[in-house]
Design a protein around this ligand. Structure first.
Ligand SMILES: Cc1cc2nc3c(=O)[nH]c(=O)nc-3n(C[C@H](O)[C@H](O)[C@H](O)COP(=O)(O)OP(=O)(O)OC[C@H]3O[C@@H](n4cnc5c(N)ncnc54)[C@H](O)[C@@H]3O)c2cc1C
Length: 408
């Protein structure tokens, strides 16, 4: 019998387990695969560092040697601009990391295990029963079926979306289904002024709603990927075989002048993967004896690298509610978890929507920037999407709309 069973050993599962263990609860993490394993989502936001520090995991991340990140750069045709995350209005870390997730996820869960949390690999949750006094999870643990009991269950199964599926909580995303084609390359970038400390987000020269990420790692390699609606990325008149992920990605990359220049010697040595319709939503974030974390909740879009930040923030505030519930017999899940989490997700939503309808791109690529406003926007993009002292968080849509009008 456990206090808490955590489904999934991704970033949200590891961080939740760290907070719960710190509070003296008996926690077990169940992970269906083994580590390390490939996961997409490699560019963190500065706010992640604050949460990792609170969870006691930041030193290990610092010591690992990941690529530093201090902002986001943007290119569109010959235009180039950047946001420095250290120059922001919110209080907290200005820097963070760009991480191959296979290494990062393994590092976090290994640290959590070292703290004393029980972690079981090759243990897949198959069914759940919340009808009794305790939660019961039916698992396939290294080929053997068994039932595990706990006072509470945190679903950190990410793309596995185990509770949304089993409890019928899935709802459609407000965003159109988009596709992503991505891989790792040996970048061989020789341009001396190229800034490896920033993610480079490139707007496609013809289709403003198609963009390409370039995320440098500390080992001379990069993650690269294109995102957009499938029929725009690979229109049927081009006659690229829809199964030929590499050709689709390379075509989009080399159509962008800056990427063409930077990556003229790149070695494309890894198969290109494809994900379709990754935006997801749920009808509720918690229920009797359970709560959803990270990607098992709503996932918007990768454009501002908000996924891991939302995953870590959800883990932090859900852990606090679980601790309240188990230790004090009650927690305000609606206000302290659901509303709080969604306030930040809704901030990101405004900027994601604004990116795809062009408003936020007008702001980003506008040549003359007011320093005070730039610092507010830097805070949002650095992951401080819950900081209500920032007017571009508190009243995000109104401020963005007004600014976009001025930048048109
Ligand atoms: C194209 C694309 C690009 C992205 N880029 C970024 C980026 O640059 N920066 C960023 O912050 N985010 C990015 N994201 C989002 C990011 O990938 C996720 O938000 C993040 O991984 C969520 O973490 P998590 O811990 O919630 O879930 P996950 O990382 O998905 O971890 C879930 C874990 O649960 C396990 N699991 C699943 N089902 C079960 C089961 N039944 N039983 C037991 N275990 C189970 C899985 O094996 C996995 O280890 C991107 C997403 C996409 C689609």
């Amino acid at each position: 019998m456990y206090d808490v069973l955590v489904i999934g050993a991704g970033p949200s599962g590891s961080v939740a387990a760290a907070f719960l263990h710190k509070a003296g609860l008996k926690v077990r993490v169940l992970e269906k695969e083994t580590m390390p394993k490939f996961v997409i989502g490699e560019s963190l936001l500065s706010n992640c560092n604050n949460i990792l520090e609170e969870a006691g995991l930041l030193d290990a991340v610092y010591n690992y040697g990941f690529q530093y990140k201090n902002g986001a750069a943007f290119s569109w045709g010959e235009k180039y601009t950047y946001i420095d995350f250290c120059d922001k209005s919110s209080v907290g870390s200005g820097t963070t990391f760009q991480v191959p997730r296979a290494d990062f996820d393994k590092l976090l869960i290994d640290e959590v295990q070292k703290l004393g949390v029980e972690v079981t690999y090759k243990c897949e949750v198959k069914a759940v029963d919340f009808s009794g006094q305790n939660a019961v999870l039916s698992v396939e643990n290294n080929g053997i079926s068994e039932n595990l009991e706990a006072k509470f269950v945190l679903d950190a199964s990410g793309y596995g979306r185990i509770l949304p599926t089993l409890l019928n909580l899935e709802t459609p995303s407000h965003l159109p289904p988009r596709s992503a084609y991505f891989t790792h390359i040996e970048d061989n970038i020789t341009e001396p002024l190229y800034d490896r400390n920033k993610i480079l987000i490139t707007t496609h020269p013809v289709h403003r709603d198609v963009w390409i990420w370039l995320i440098p790692f500390s080992n001379g390699r990069c993650s690269i990927g294109v995102v957009g609606e499938k029929h725009i990325i690979n229109p049927s008149n081009l006659e690229i075989n829809p199964e030929n992920n590499a050709e689709i990605l390379k075509k989009c990359v080399y159509e962008c002048p800056m990427l063409k220049r930077l990556l003229n010697n790149a070695l494309w040595d890894t198969p290109v993967r494809n994900l379709n319709g990754y935006s997801k939503n749920v009808s509720r974030l918690y229920g009797d004896k359970y709560a959803l974390l990270g990607n098992a909740t709503e996932f918007l879009d990768p454009v501002f690298s908000s996924g891991v930040t939302i995953a870590l923030y959800s883990a932090k505030i859900a852990a606090k509610c679980v601790i309240d519930e188990i230790k004090n017999g009650k927690a305000d899940w609606e206000n302290d978890y659901a509303k709080e989490l969604m306030s930040g997700v809704d901030t990101f939503r405004v900027y994601v929507d604004g990116w795809y309808d062009g408003k936020f791109q007008d702001v980003i690529y506008y040549p003359k920037k007011d320093h005070k406003i730039k610092r507010y926007i830097s805070s949002v993009l650095a992951g401080y999407a819950w900081d209500k002292s920032n007017p571009f968080v508190k009243d995000a849509k109104r401020h963005l709309d007004t600014l976009a009008e001025l930048c048109k």
